[in-house]
Ligand binder design. Structure first.
Ligand SMILES: [Fe+2]
Ligand SMILES: [Fe+2]
Length: 188
């Protein structure tokens, strides 16, 4: 499994959790869901797994490798992806605030949460598709076999550190718990 497969596998995991968030939000929108517990778990997952791990790998390992191979840091696809990571952090923060609100959600709070969450879902799906169409193919096109191997090694090392710290286990458990509660009808 090389760097591209590793990152694609993470996108797969993120998409599953985006689907879970979509289901949760549909319940909030229809007034069925009153609880915030799942939202806290989801936000924790998106912060820990997407921001602090996946995007960190893209920003501190993948993008520098592509820049070394001649891609521009401050224009084109890399600039777009970097800007999108900032927007993703902002949207995650907005969801986090909703999840931490102590008082019961008003109709307005609920609508605001649904709007923010739907923007987040759509944004994240488009972001991953963009990376798969623009950024990931550049790994094969621009990186030498050695550079791709080095990239794969660095990504693995990052993951080993997450395993050693226990962070990887935390996000795995969060994902398992959420997937159990929101099992997709098709079953995976
Ligand atoms: Fe990304
Ligand atoms: Fe990504």
């Amino acid at each position: 499994m090389d760097a591209i497969d590793l990152l694609l596998r993470e996108h797969e995991m993120i998409r599953r959790m985006v689907d879970v968030l979509e289901q949760y939000i549909a319940r909030v929108d229809s007034g069925v869901e009153q609880g915030r517990h799942e939202l806290v778990l989801l936000v924790t997952f998106f912060r820990e797994y997407v921001d602090l791990s996946h995007h960190e790998k893209e920003e501190s390992i993948l993008i520098p490798a592509l820049v070394r191979a001649g891609m521009s840091w401050d224009s084109g696809p890399i600039e777009q992806v970097r800007k999108e990571h900032n927007l993703e952090r902002y949207l995650t923060q907005a969801l986090r605030h909703a999840s931490l609100q102590a008082k019961t959600w008003s109709v307005h709070d609920r609508k605001h949460l649904v709007d923010v969450a739907r923007s987040f879902l759509e944004f994240l799906r488009n972001h991953m598709t963009k990376e798969e169409e623009l950024l990931f193919p550049a790994m094969r096109e621009r990186l030498s076999a050695e550079a791709l191997e080095d990239l794969t090694r660095r990504l693995r090392r990052f993951e080993e550190a997450r395993e050693a710290s226990g962070d990887a286990e935390i996000t795995r458990r969060l994902a398992e718990e959420l997937l159990e509660r929101f099992a997709p009808e098709s079953g995976t």
